[in-house]
Write a protein that binds this ligand. Structure first.
Ligand SMILES: [Zn+2]
Length: 357
């Protein structure tokens, strides 16, 4: 793989608070919180989800600000090199140099990734969507979830089968490239390799609808933001619009420390509020309707079971949701039909645009 995502970013000193301790609710507290969350999600009519790196740590992709996050590790190394005592972080292991890329630009993690993936280079292309990615795709397919906003660059939402039209990728994606002429968006199997909207060396193959049309041929550029690059305006506007309409916003696996994404949960205007599921505290905790300190996959598995009556089955052919036979009534509708998903195989063929700009 080419240079990791984190290594590709420019030097930037203002990365925010890193290395805060991760906490988990007691089992009793978690059960109480899950009961409240099930009620909130069941009654939500315009559910929006904001995701961060914490939803991808279970796929082996490190986060940024967790105890073993990329920025936490980098800060500790810089402080050590400068002869300063380490900051409040509780981490004890000495990281290897050249920590790998992470999954989004801001987050506290969920389940800790395997140790080898914390220090070595991550092959993003071999990471598969987690239970949470699959759950969000299924909730969107069933119409329960209206929109997903992600800060992650790992394409796991796209590969879970979540339609790109229901997803805002605010910080860009290492697997996507866009045509500067017609706006066509391509999802690739491999990292496109550049950052800050540089030409990737490929050209648009989109063919117009009129008979005899030639391929567009426009220059393709990466979509990946460096620190000071502007966010994709259309997707940010759509994200804001959905958050303003939302009667419930779930912030999953994000420490809400990067703006403007971090403030999106506060934009609801229908009195619904937002729920945070994250192991670290966040600057938005005080206004949250509910805070759940538990791994996101555990919370989403419980929600899918209790609200939709579904559980994830993983087999050789991929992952699929099947009826548990015990739930489903909470939505007030018929038991949703179980769907088949092929893990890791979402998205369009390598040369076909997946969306237009
Ligand atoms: Zn084009």
């Amino acid at each position: 793989m080419s240079l990791g995502y984190a290594d590709r970013l420019k030097e930037y000193p203002h990365k925010g608070v890193c290395g805060l301790p991760e906490k988990q609710d007691t089992e009793r507290q978690l059960q109480l919180s899950l009961r409240t969350l099930v009620d909130l999600v069941s009654s939500a009519e315009h559910l929006v989800v904001l995701t961060g790196a914490g939803i991808s740590t279970a796929a082996g992709i490190p986060d940024f600000r967790g105890p073993d996050g990329i920025w936490t590790t980098q800060n500790a190394l810089e402080r050590a090199a400068a002869g300063k005592p380490k900051a409040g972080a509780k981490r004890k292991r000495k990281p290897k140099a050249g920590a790998a890329a992470g999954s989004g630009a801001a987050e506290g993690g969920a389940a800790a990734p395997p140790a080898e993936t914390r220090s070595g280079a991550i092959d993003f292309a071999s990471a598969s969507p987690t239970l949470t990615h699959h759950a969000l795709a299924e909730l969107a397919r069933l119409g329960k979830l209206k929109y997903v906003v992600t800060q992650n660059v790992d394409a796991l939402h796209q590969r879970s089968g979540l339609p790109r039209s229901k997803l805002a990728v605010l910080h860009g994606c290492i697997f996507e490239e866009r045509c500067e002429a017609c706006g066509a968006l391509y999802l690739r199997e491999t990292d496109v390799g550049t950052i800050s909207f540089q030409p990737t060396g490929r050209y648009c193959t989109r063919v117009g609808e009129a008979a005899g049309s030639a391929a567009c041929g426009g220059v393709l550029r990466d979509t990946l933001l460096d620190w000071e690059d502007p966010l994709p305006e259309a997707e940010l506007t759509e994200a804001e619009r959905h958050c303003e309409r939302a009667d419930l916003i779930l912030a999953l696996g994000t420490s809400l420390r990067i703006e403007p994404a971090g403030s999106l949960p506060c934009r609801h205007r229908r009195g619904g509020g937002y729920v945070i599921v994250n192991l670290q505290r966040t600057p938005k905790d005080s206004k949250a309707k509910l805070i759940v300190r538990a791994p996101v996959d555990r919370v989403m598995a419980a929600l899918m079971r209790e609200v939709m009556g579904l559980e994830l089955e993983r087999g050789a052919a991929g992952a699929r949701w099947v009826a548990t036979g015990t739930g489903g009534a909470a939505t007030g509708g018929a038991m949703p039909e179980a769907s088949s998903l092929t893990a890791g195989a979402g998205g369009a063929p390598a040369s076909a645009p997946v969306a237009e700009g």
